[in-house]
Design a protein around this ligand. Structure first.
Ligand code: SAJ
Length: 424
């Protein structure tokens, strides 16, 4: 309560670093453990690398000695709380890959001491905290609820969201027992305005996976509608805009070139995998994943159709893709559907370049490309301009003025009613 606790944050990424800053801002001393030595070094120099963190805040907190960064676990005994914010990706067969969580938990178990609270924030299937982490931690000889505390509190960071930050986003917390829950709620309540306790770590884990499944299923629903409207010759954007005028009982989602990021295409499959243990098939998750993963192929097919109408064979086509980030106004291109679309069109023999103000260059999925300057000459050079990510900073009227033909997969130009534009 007096913020004298020393807080450990394992993983200083888009979840861990903002969390570390929030804790240090109210006076907690924070020791970050970051396995990437370059990132650890940058934190030591007070150099920010996470867009959602304010550069000067990090610099100030580091200069005050409130945030330090290590690459190893030897200082774990100094920590009163250890928060784990490491990735929980999928294997190539869409099964959970807990290697980072397990490795970190083993390291912590080696240094665990009485009185510590360990809290997992990474998104994972219900059961991870109790079935995977607890046995490893008790392997230290310490007993949970008596010697140490263990909780799960799912991160709810929406990268790029200016309105909802680590501080004002309600936080769900589950403990392996009442003592752990009480300590975890007390800890999170120091910097988060609203903390919601639930009865177990499994409930807390399921809350988060449900949240992301909710999004994946609803995005897949509108993507499926886009596929149907394409067949029926209807404008899915007009239909959805009209549907979302309903003032109750509906929530806006829009079709796109696919679903990117490290959450929505990933997390629901953690639940799908666990459900099989209970002989239960989560049909919605499987179907949503299938439809969302099909969208880049649909965009490629639509692009080839447009080129065909222009009598431009793919092998001679020149395509400018606008936006490779997985969603607008950020520079993250992990699992980006736009890169998948580029790969498919290159495989068709087209000459494809991209412009993304947030992504100067990328190496991903077997491609290494640099963003080209967006000029009138570049726009008129392209047989087809393909809008894959609708960054707000792009001047769409100007783009339509200089482009010859536009395939808009985000509906961002739908209100211009331009004959140059083909909508997804
Ligand atoms: N997308 C669509 N249509 C939509 C909404 C999204 O095609 O209507 C696409 C986006 O372009 C993107 C992907 O889906 O490629 C994921 O979009 P997202 O808005 O879910 O963004 P994320 O994955 O960065 O962040 C989400 C959080 N987003 C929101 O709640 C708005 C939230 O689900 C989690 O806090 C976060 O994942 C996480 O860390 O789990």
């Amino acid at each position: 309560m007096d913020h004298s606790a020393v807080v450990g944050v394992v993983g200083l990424g888009y979840v861990g670093l903002p969390f570390a800053v929030e804790k240090a801002k109210v006076g907690f001393r924070v020791i970050g453990i970051e396995q990437n030595p370059r990132r650890a070094e940058r934190v030591r120099r007070g150099e920010n690398y996470i867009p959602d963190v304010r550069d000067e805040e990090l610099k100030e907190l580091v200069s005050q000695g409130l945030i330090v960064a290590e690459t190893g676990f030897e200082r774990v005994p100094e920590m009163d709380v250890i928060v784990i914010c490491v990735p929980t990706p999928l294997t190539r067969n869409l099964t959970p890959d807990l290697q980072y969580v397990e490795r970190v938990t083993r390291e912590i178990a080696r240094h665990l001491r009485p009185g510590q609270l360990v809290s997992l924030e990474s998104t994972t299937y219900p059961g991870t905290t109790e079935e995977v982490m607890l046995p490893i931690l008790e392997g230290s000889g310490l007993k949970v609820e008596q010697d140490f505390f263990l909780a799960h509190s799912p991160e709810r960071v929406d990268p790029g969201n200016k309105r909802y930050t680590t501080k004002n986003t309600t936080k769900v917390v589950g403990g392996v027992g009442p003592e752990s829950l009480e300590v975890a709620v007390a800890f999170y309540s120091q910097t988060i305005e609203q903390v919601v306790p639930v009865s177990s770590t499994k409930a807390a884990e399921l809350v988060k996976v449900f949240e992301n499944t909710f999004r994946a299923v609803n995005i897949a629903l509108v993507n499926e509608l886009a596929l149907l409207c394409d067949r029926m010759g209807l404008n899915v954007w007009e239909v959805l805009d009209a549907a979302f005028t309903k003032p109750f009982g509906i929530m806006p989602f829009y079709p796109g070139p696919g679903v990117g990021g490290h959450c929505i295409p990933v997390d629901p499959h953690y639940l799908e995998w666990k459900a099989k243990e209970y002989n239960f098939n989560t049909h919605f998750i499987a179907l949503a994943g299938e439809i969302n993963r099909k969208m880049p192929e649909f965009v490629r097919e639509k692009a080839l159709r447009v080129l065909n109408e222009l009598a431009v064979p793919p092998s001679r086509a020149r395509i400018l893709v606008l936006g490779v980030a997985y969603k607008k106004d950020i520079g993250d291109y992990r699992e980006s559907p736009a890169i998948e679309v580029i790969r498919l069109l290159k495989n068709d023999g087209a000459e494809v370049v991209y412009h993304d103000p947030f992504v100067p260059r990328f190496t991903h999925g077997g491609l290494a490309m640099e963003s080209v300057p967006l000029t009138p000459e570049r726009l008129s050079w392209a047989d087809l301009v393909l809008i894959a990510t609708d960054h707000s900073s792009l001047d769409y009227p100007w783009i339509l003025q200089h482009a010859r033909k536009v395939l808009d997969t985000r509906g961002v130009t739908r209100h211009f009613k331009s004959s140059k534009v083909v909508l997804l």
